[in-house]
Write a protein that binds this ligand. Structure first.
Ligand code: ATP
Length: 438
């Protein structure tokens, strides 16, 4: 008899905010059978010096978990405790070794002077042993950084390397990743940061997204309706989480506007879900007055300048007619880009095209304005003529054609105030689940 490796069993307990863990293995009572990994995790919030369970589950993705027992480490100024382990039920409360250190952990690589405009809480950098990272091959080039596939203690990771001249970008991006409660299935997992020993570059270490950017994924693959839904739902949920203002047991995650939301800045994981990345242009919205008046927190040199990829810029920002220090404008800009991304995904869904043959992948406005659309051509087409990417005529005949069309037009409306909120976009996309597609 061939004996198959046994699936890992982990203690299971999650709060409503952490439902993504439910999908990583069958749950029976308080035990979960892991489908994706051999690692169990425990996340605990430090409430008045006592650990309160936030998540006990199988880990969401394969990564290194060399320890047989769960030994907690503190994160976010000691507000959160985390442990990962590799034996059955090692994450159950009774098997955990607690290290409730309430002092700030000392960053091991560098200390930077971070301007604090408000008295809002930020977090200390995670410790990362840069010497243990092996860079293997380049997987992406952006304007500011080169992204490598690498190995860290046996796990595959992505390492974003910024030349020292772009330290400002590095700092701005790291600041977003290090916000409290940034751990979400729709946002690429931040593993740590540091600088190379020669001091010539700074590194951000991230979970590796096996299928690369959404743009490269759509160039190579068409998807069926179910996979299309998975991409769109996870995409909108990631953006919704980024925009959310969360307070959990005294820890605060302020809303963040992405400001460079494009198919190159979304990654696709092996399970067909999207994760958001590249927060180098993002704005953290701090509430300095303690009430609901949000203020953009300038994290980079450009401050409130126009940022992002031209093609995905909403008409009002292209044209320069809005106040970029308004948080509402920045969020509405992300929703416009969400509309363009949904269009890109749906245009590669084989179930939405006759004979199951979707056209080649095109960027928004690529067929109308070419691969190098200029600002002037975009202003004219998108702002003055109020044109949008073409929605195939035959979608009107599909049972769900009208809901797809409505969602797109409600995301990329010319009137920014009339655009959907991201929560509303998430709800609509979740309601598509039950739609019938032949
Ligand atoms: N975690 C990851 N896993 C796999 N590939 C990644 C990862 N992060 C980035 N990449 C690849 O590297 C590319 C560039 O990454 P990123 O957008 O973060 O860099 P950037 O220099 O900030 O780019 P931009 O020019 O958009 O500002 C992505 O489009 C993607 O192909």
């Amino acid at each position: 008899d061939q004996s198959f490796p046994q699936k890992r069993r982990c203690a299971f307990q999650v709060t409503a905010q952490n439902q993504e863990y439910t999908a990583v293995g069958n749950v029976s009572g308080s035990v979960q059978l892991c489908e994706k990994t051999q690692c169990c995790v425990g996340y605990f919030l430090n409430v008045d010096g006592r650990p309160v369970v936030d998540v006990l589950a199988c880990d969401i993705a394969e990564k290194s978990c060399p320890d047989a027992t769960c030994k907690t480490q503190t994160r976010f100024n000691g507000q959160v405790l985390v442990c990962v382990c590799n034996t059955d039920l090692c994450n159950s409360n009774s098997n955990i070794t607690w290290t409730l250190e309430l002092e700030d952990p000392q960053p091991s690589y560098f200390v930077e002077d971070k301007p604090k405009l408000c008295s809002c809480q930020t977090t200390e950098p995670s410790e990362f042993h840069i010497d243990d990272i092996e860079l293997q091959q380049i997987v992406g080039h952006g304007h500011f950084a080169t992204v490598w596939q690498g190995k860290y203690k046996g796990s595959t990771v992505a390492v974003k390397v910024f030349p020292v001249g772009w330290k400002q970008k590095f700092t701005a991006e790291k600041e977003v990743y290090e916000l409290p409660l940034m751990n979400h299935a729709g946002i690429v997992r931040f593993l740590g940061s540091g600088s190379k020993p020669d001091g010539r570059s700074c590194l951000i270490v991230l979970q590796f997204a096996e299928c690369g950017s959404l743009h490269s994924y759509l160039c190579k693959h068409t998807t069926n309706w179910m996979l299309t839904l998975k991409l769109c739902q996870s995409l909108s949920q990631g953006l919704s989480y980024l925009h959310s203002d969360l307070k959990k047991h005294g820890v605060h995650k302020p809303p963040v506007a992405h400001r460079d939301f494009s198919s190159s800045n979304v990654l696709v994981r092996a399970d067909g879900t999207c994760v958001l990345c590249d927060f180098g242009c993002s704005t953290i919205l701090r509430s300095c007055s303690g009430n609901h008046s949000w203020q953009s927190h300038i994290t980079n040199m450009e401050g409130h300048a126009q940022l992002g990829t031209l093609r995905y810029m909403p008409p009002e920002i292209l044209e320069g007619s809005v106040n970029l220090s308004s948080s509402r404008c920045l969020m509405q800009g992300d929703i416009y880009a969400l509309g363009l991304l949904l269009w890109e995904i749906w245009m590669r869904c084989s179930d939405l095209f006759e004979g199951g043959v979707a056209p080649q992948h095109l960027l928004p406005y690529e067929s109308e304005l070419g691969a190098n659309a200029t600002r002037d051509s975009l202003i004219q087409y998108v702002f003055q003529l109020e044109k949008r990417p073409a929605i195939p005529k035959h979608w009107e005949l599909l049972p769900q054609g009208s809901v797809l069309q409505e969602l797109l037009t409600d995301c990329w409306d010319c009137d920014a105030d009339a655009r959907l909120t991201v929560e509303c976009a998430v709800d609509r996309l979740l309601s598509f689940q039950s739609c019938y597609f032949p």
